[in-house]
Ligand binder design. Structure first.
Ligand code: SAH
Ligand code: F3S
Length: 487
């Protein structure tokens, strides 16, 4: 997910192209332009790709026209995300007419889904590389240099890129992503991710801690541990999650689960803020919530997608929990961490969804009153269980109307939640200037809500105490009262 609050109505994260700039090793002579779409994992992967290609003599550029190699890291999660990439390829085509030596590569989920078909469907594309094949880029680039097309979409059981130091691209120097798992074994019936990103595997905690420590040394103040399903993290010396049962007693005894990983990260850098995304309710255990409560530096915020409030639809989606179990989890979170913010992902118009099911979603939202959310109309994805077994039978106008209803309700709840912060003095980490005013800083509180306040003499990367005086449904406004003790 993009970390910015948005909805289908506003700006779908998959439409948000983002150019990445690498501060260059000046000896590098070739120019790489890399654009990422979709989830945070894709943005994080682009940093791995830039690192691998920097060693091959590539400097990144923001100027598409001067690029020798153009890479687009793609998203397949909804049809609209794929259409956005196709449109972008048309633009690259126009540029290639002026700059014929420019090569174009497609990375990420669309590459994995379409494989060599991409080369036939889009003549502009020279190279197709799946999410587990980035280490092969040096060979693949050589292939296209020699005038051949190149494809590697082999999925891996153990690749985690734990040994590649990502090059931080377009960074604010304060917040960074650290990837901890790859792939997903959950097989939600609507979701293409298990097909495009393969089996779930966890990264060696030692390499995670090294990355966290290195980020701290370099001045970073906040990390987000990333995975499709972070609560399912499990390290027992390597290997797939599903093979854990076969591990030795020794491996089992020294294994590290997500709660333990949180402890390790929080203890390694007690002044560094720690976030994580995404949690699947069926895999989130009490020990994770307890670990959050135990460490002051783990932020009080959980992105906890539910997708639907109807038991019948949850079952059809292969989400392995009920509405009642979800409520129990929410109650436990609020009991252990009363000021914990919670956000959702929701899908409207899943096949067979009735008005009754939709109402269940609205009442579930009423119960939780999420701080914010990401809401989508169901988009059938080829190859998924839902596409194979179920008719996409909710008419587009019904999907849209239901989507509008849940977005409006979320808006109301978001405002209710931001209003609870009025009058409080909260710790904010400054990330940069406010988009709307150069005289104001923008940062986030522990709950991940954006806070805007006058700059005074504070600087990017400072932890500041801010008195909240006003709010919209998405932003808190206030005034700094001094530095936080954490500095
Ligand atoms: N575990 C993942 C979820 C990835 S997909 C994570 O790290 O965020 C992000 C969200 O996209 C899902 O939670 C779901 O709400 C939405 N989504 C996935 N497949 C979809 C589909 N076929 N149609 C509409 N929305 C979908
Ligand atoms: Fe997709 Fe479900 Fe995994 S939404 S990423 S299959 S947890």
């Amino acid at each position: 997910m993009s970390r910015h609050k948005n909805t289908d109505k506003q700006l779908d994260e998959s439409q948000q192209g983002n150019t990445l700039v690498l501060e260059g090793d000046q000896q590098n002579s070739r120019k790489l332009y890399i654009e990422s779409y979709g989830c945070q994992m894709n943005f994080s992967d682009s940093e791995i790709v830039a690192s691998i290609l920097a060693k091959e003599g590539f400097n990144t550029t923001q100027e598409l026209a001067e690029a020798d190699l153009v890479l687009v890291n793609t998203c397949s999660i909804r049809e609209k995300a794929e259409l956005t990439v196709r449109k972008r390829l048309e633009k690259f085509n126009a540029i290639k007419k002026v700059n014929p030596h420019m090569k174009v590569g497609v990375l990420g989920c669309m590459a994995e889904r379409l494989k060599s078909k991409f080369l036939e469907e889009e003549k502009i594309v020279d190279m197709v590389v799946g999410p587990d094949a980035y280490k092969d880029l040096p060979n693949l680039v050589q292939e296209i240099d020699e005038g051949r097309n190149a494809v590697n979409v082999i999925l891996s059981k153990d690749e985690t890129y734990g040994d590649v130091a990502p090059v931080r691209l377009n960074s604010n120097g304060v917040t960074a992503f650290v990837s901890i798992t790859r792939g997903c074994d959950n097989m939600c019936t609507f979701c293409v991710v298990p097909f495009t990103r393969g089996r779930e595997r966890s990264r060696d905690p030692q390499s995670i801690l090294e990355e966290v420590n290195d980020l701290w040394e370099r001045g970073y103040k906040e990390i987000t541990l990333l995975g499709q399903n972070v609560d399912s993290y499990l390290w027992y010396g390597g290997g797939l999650k599903k093979d854990f049962e076969k591990a030795s007693d020794m491996q089992k005894a020294t294994s590290v689960n997500f709660a333990k990983l949180l402890d390790l990260c929080a203890q390694a850098q007690p002044k560094m803020r720690i976030r994580f995304s995404t949690s699947n309710p069926q895999d989130m255990t009490l020990d994770v919530i307890e670990s959050m409560a135990k460490h002051k530096n783990i932020c009080n915020y959980i992105h906890l997608p539910v997708q639907s409030g109807s038991d019948r639809i949850l079952k059809a989606m292969n989400r392995l929990h009920t509405r009642a179990e979800y409520f129990e989890l929410i109650d436990n979170i609020k009991r252990i961490i009363p000021d914990c913010a919670i956000s959702q992902d929701m899908i409207t118009g899943f096949p067979t969804e009735t008005e009754e099911d939709h109402k269940d979603t609205l009442t579930l939202m009423e119960y939780v009153k999420y701080d914010f959310g990401f809401m989508f109309a169901y988009s059938e994805r080829p190859g998924t269980m839902a596409a194979r077994k179920l008719d996409d039978n909710v008419p587009p106008d019904v999907k849209k109307r239901r989507l509008t209803e849940i977005i409006d309700l979320q808006q109301k709840h978001s405002l209710y939640r931001t209003q609870q912060h009025l009058g409080e003095v909260e710790e904010v980490l400054i990330e940069g200037s406010s988009k709307k005013s150069d005289a104001h800083w923008m940062g986030r509180n522990s709950q991940n809500t954006v806070v805007v306040f006058p700059k005074e003499n504070y600087a990017i990367g400072d932890f500041v105490m801010v008195k909240i005086t006003d709010c919209t449904s998405a932003t808190l406004l206030g005034e700094a009262t001094g530095f936080s003790d954490i500095n």
